[in-house]
Design a protein around this ligand. Structure first.
Ligand code: 6GU
Length: 247
């Protein structure tokens, strides 16, 4: 998968050299290109922002550098077009289902806004020639899109074939399409079996795989009810297993 990231802070993306995604890049599974938006400015101060029309606080990112940047990264007359992602708190919620959908794409472009956002005409213009999604990570405000892009790239990158070892199956993850779609995972344990007078639940040491699966699902239901009640109330009844019960 190819990723192009346009930002005024290329240094934010150093973490993409590290850990799982660093390894995926070195293995050739992920081809990441980070671009400095200021390369598409033409004034001495390399200006990327200006005051908002209509007044109000803060600054808005100017459309011209963004237009040139997107035309260069994804030329309008090229045979292939990428999918453009614009992180913004006013976007649609980013979900595991969207991560899975994006993992099937060949080419993603990310536009990182700062300040009060990017002049709206940039997204309108881009929509005339590529698929564009404005996405939000949740109901809070970050200082810019860079950290949101790191989050999205990690969520998508770990789903690419070959990135995770087989042992880390994605099907059991919280929110995984299927049985875990509206559930969060329960607690996990490792050795030693007793630590500070706290025992690992007997069932996990039993070797009874059916009982272990049942216990894990009960714990996922319990934890979802406690921490994410809004997920449980819209749990699709078709996704309930016939042995699920009040826990
Ligand atoms: Cl995607 N961007 C910014 N700047 N703030 C956010 C966000 C994204 N999601 C939640 N807050």
């Amino acid at each position: 998968m190819r990723l192009d990231i346009v930002t005024i802070f290329p240094d934010y993306f150093a973490p993409l050299d590290v850990s799982l995604l660093g390894k995926a890049r070195r293995a050739g599974l992920l081809d990441v290109h980070v671009h400095d938006l200021r390369e598409w400015t033409h004034d001495r101060h390399r200006t990327v922002d200006d005051t908002p029309y209509g007044g109000g606080p803060g600054m808005v990112m100017k459309p011209e550098p963004w237009g040139e940047a997107l035309d260069t990264v994804a030329p309008p007359d090229a045979p292939r077009t990428p999918r453009l992602l614009v992180p913004t708190p006013s976007g649609r919620p980013f979900t595991q289902a969207m991560a899975a959908e994006l993992a099937a794409e060949e080419w993603l472009v990310f536009a990182c806004g700062r300040y009060e956002g990017i002049d709206t005409r940039v997204v309108e213009d881009a929509r005339t020639r590529m698929r564009v999604d404005e996405v939000s990570l949740g109901d809070f405000v970050l200082a810019g899109g860079e950290v949101a892009v790191l989050v999205i790239v990690e969520a998508v990158g770990r789903l690419l074939p070959g990135v995770l070892g087989n042992a880390d199956s994605v099907a059991d993850d919280s929110f995984a399409p299927g049985a875990m779609e509206s559930l969060i995972e329960g607690p996990v344990y490792t050795k030693p079996p007793m630590w500070r007078e706290r025992a690992v639940p007997d069932v996990l040491l039993s070797g009874n795989h059916g009982a272990i699966a049942r216990w894990r699902r009960d714990e996922a239901l319990r934890r979802t009810a406690r921490n994410r009640p809004e997920l449980l109330v819209r749990l699709d009844p078709a996704l309930l297993d016939k042995h699920d019960r009040r826990v």
